[in-house]
Design a protein around this ligand. Structure first.
Ligand code: C5P
Ligand code: C5P
Ligand code: ZN
Length: 464
């Protein structure tokens, strides 16, 4: 066990001891895949030790949400996949709580499980669900729940930085492999290997974007024909192909990308480590960590967290069917969103590029679309900032690249500081962050953010 893991387990033990003192717990979590799997993990663990629980899912943990929670006078609250950015506001409201999170902490807290506090990076070495898995382990065995922890980490794209899960995430993966619930292997990274016909995998590929194939069903079929796949074979799914057939497609795709002049770092992303949940039925979303996480995003981001939570906790009947219906709509929304960005284009400043989706894209998925749009914008050297209308003002989502981080960009810091200057609030990770700002501050915010990120770049350039 790594030293960091040991330290985290110790803190998890302390938090678990505190939780055991009470009869009922209020779980507050985030509305994305990592938040849902976090809640699934802790609720299952609580059930197993006969503790009662209630749940609440929020878009973000702002002052208003905290006021409501404080007014309900819970004995103890467990915040999962959020909370670390709100230590002081939680304390000032006297909410008795345990925080199990991986976002960059602001302030400190007595019962606080977060990789950043133990020398690990919460943007790729441990997710919210991973942190919560450690808490669940301290409450009981719960080794089977490592699968959900991997789904959450993949949902937060933590495996992308190194092409595989690393750090504490990897230690958790290995526990699952030992348990016989998880498998990791190198494979094609395109989305939908369990559930979609192969030509659809190509048609919907956005990372890397395949010029001439992405978005063009006919071209995708013809490409497969050129590799000697007959038309009547095109309905097969990736998992149904023979190893030799898979290899033929992967090398065909690499050739195609090379010919299209796609840079090699993008081509490399065609193959990477993928994670299989061995206890799930083959051909279902849950079998593949990436497809599972998208299924979950399709629920909670559309106000149906209760459906996603049930799926996390094992429902494969009604809730699963409902989730699949939501998934079809979610996919359509992502496609529409990308088309919108492509048609509208992005505006460029010196240090950032941005688009404003107004109410064309739902604020809860604008961050996903900002992330996916990096494959369609020309310039990957600038962070992408997206705006969307939200109830309380304007939602901002920011996405960067590893390269930008190396050059000094920290989007979490930028979002948190700059949004606060305009009376908003934000945070997140160095590579992906978000905020809400008041209406009518957008123009000024963009100008100031551009300047702030310029300063981050200059500071780093001077120090090296
Ligand atoms: O709220 P939370 O921490 O769960 O969200 C993390 C976000 O960061 C996700 O939307 C994920 O897609 C994004 N991310 C990213 N690129 C990475 C790592 C994370 O866009 N390399
Ligand atoms: O909403 P979006 O996907 O852009 O969020 C990116 C990251 O920023 C997530 O980790 C999210 O938890 C965080 N965030 C935040 N405060 C906000 C909005 C987003 O910490 N107001
Ligand atoms: Zn998370």
């Amino acid at each position: 066990m790594s030293q960091t893991m040991e330290a985290l387990r110790k803190e998890a033990g302390k938090c678990a001891d505190e939780i055991r003192k009470y009869k009922s717990v209020h779980v507050v979590s985030h509305i994305d895949a990592d938040g849902l799997t976090s809640a699934g993990i802790i609720c299952t663990a609580l059930e197993r030790v006969d503790l009662e629980y209630t749940t609440r899912f929020v878009k973000q943990l702002d002052e208003k949400a905290l006021d409501t929670i404080a007014n309900e006078s819970h004995e103890i609250v467990i915040f999962t996949d959020l909370g670390s950015g709100m230590c002081e506001p939680i304390k000032s409201r006297k909410i008795h709580a345990v925080i199990s999170d991986h976002h960059q902490p602001q302030g400190n807290f007595e019962f606080h499980l977060n990789p950043h506090l133990f020398g690990a990076n919460g943007s790729y070495e441990l997710s919210g669900s991973g942190s919560t898995y450690l808490l669940a382990s301290a409450l009981g065995g719960n080794k089977d729940l490592s699968s959900l922890a991997v789904v959450g980490a993949v949902g937060d794209m933590q495996h992308l930085k190194m092409g595989q899960l690393v750090g504490i995430n990897r230690e958790i993966l290995e526990e699952g492999v030992k348990e016989g619930t998880l498998q990791s292997k190198k494979d094609l990274t395109l989305f939908g290997k369990q559930t979609r016909p192969v030509y659809k995998l190509l048609q919907y590929s956005s990372d890397p974007y395949l010029p001439g194939l992405t978005g063009d069903e006919k071209a995708c079929s013809e490409f497969l024909n050129s590799l000697n796949f007959r038309n009547d074979e095109l309905g097969r799914r990736w998992i149904e192909l023979e190893t030799a057939e898979k290899q033929k497609i992967v090398s065909g795709l690499i050739q195609y990308c090379l010919k299209s002049g796609i840079p090699s770092y993008k081509i490399e992303r065609l193959v990477g480590e993928v994670y299989t949940l061995l206890n799930e039925r083959e051909g279902t979303e849950m079998r593949d960590a990436s497809e599972f996480s998208t299924l979950l995003n399709a629920t909670a981001r559309y106000d149906h967290a209760e459906i996603g939570l049930k799926v996390c906790m094992g429902n494969r009947e009604e809730a699963y069917e409902d989730a699949r219906k939501l998934l079809a709509e979610h996919r359509q929304n992502l496609v529409n969103g990308l088309v919108y960005v492509k048609e509208k284009g992005v505006s460029k400043l010196e240090n950032i590029q941005y688009f404003d989706a107004g109410s064309e894209i739902k604020e809860t998925i604008v961050g996903i679309i900002a992330g996916m749009s990096s494959s369609i914008v020309e310039n990957r050297d600038l962070p992408i900032i997206a705006f969307a209308k939200s109830d309380g003002g304007v939602k901002v989502s920011a996405r960067g690249t590893q390269d930008l981080i190396r050059k000094g960009v920290n989007l979490s810091e930028a979002m948190s500081i700059v949004s606060a200057e305009f009376g908003g609030a934000g945070g997140g990770h160095d590579i992906a962050a978000g905020a809400t700002i008041p209406e009518n501050t957008k123009e000024e915010f963009i100008r100031r953010l551009n300047q702030f990120i310029g300063e981050q770049l200059r500071k780093k350039a001077h120090s090296t």
